[in-house]
Design a protein around this ligand. Structure first.
Ligand SMILES: Nc1nc(=O)n([C@H]2C[C@H](O)[C@@H](COP(=O)(O)O)O2)cc1CO
Ligand SMILES: [Zn+2]
Length: 164
């Protein structure tokens, strides 16, 4: 009997929680996505969330989902996965895992594969019926990149700023 805590976070829970926490930085009013890249030593090497590019003001670009293409967020927003890869401390993410709240789109999938990431762990696949996600899965299958949905054994992780 070591007295060790038993309810500590698993690695999967920990990295997914970091991804979700990062998503809380997103200004997107509809979908907040966070991503976290972990290496084979279980060290975090990059995090990101969906947002507009550097120096492109959140107050000037639109967050709309509908309307003329240029008046929506879609042409401008950087996806969480892209930011996590670009923010990472190493250019070479060979054998890393990417934790992300939402299944990657086809464009991020290209970046993920080219960076050397070998496994994607995701929570939601809410856009699975889109051609973007279909194309993503075609590329992931062909490149032998593993993807698996994460089914947590707990529903909530609470953060309390009040510590004693
Ligand atoms: N995997 C993803 N990572 C992301 O960061 N996003 C971002 C782009 C948008 O800012 C938002 C999706 O907006 P909506 O279409 O659900 O209102 O999430 C979207 C996807 C979906 O492919
Ligand atoms: Zn994407």
């Amino acid at each position: 009997m070591t007295g060790k805590r038993t309810d500590y976070l698993s690695w999967d829970e920990y990295f997914m929680a970091v991804a979700l926490l990062s998503g809380h930085r997103s200004k997107d009013p509809n979908t907040q996505v966070g991503a976290c890249v972990a290496n084979s030593q279980n060290k975090i090497v990059g995090v990101g969330y969906n947002g507009f590019p550097w120096r492109c003001s959140d107050d000037e670009l639109p967050w709309a989902r509908e309307g003329a293409y240029l008046d929506t967020k879609y042409p401008y927003v950087c996806h969480a996965e892209l930011n996590a890869v670009l923010n990472s401390i190493s250019f070479d993410l060979r054998d890393c895992r990417l934790y992300v709240a939402l299944f990657p789109c086809n464009e991020c999938t290209k970046v993920i594969i080219q960076a050397g990431i070998r496994e994607i762990i995701y929570l939601s696949d809410k856009y699975k019926d889109t051609d973007s996600v279909r194309a993503a899965k075609i590329m992931l299958d062909k490149s032998n990149t593993i993807y698996r949905q994460f089914f947590p054994s707990r529903q909530v992780v609470t953060l309390n700023f009040q510590v004693d």
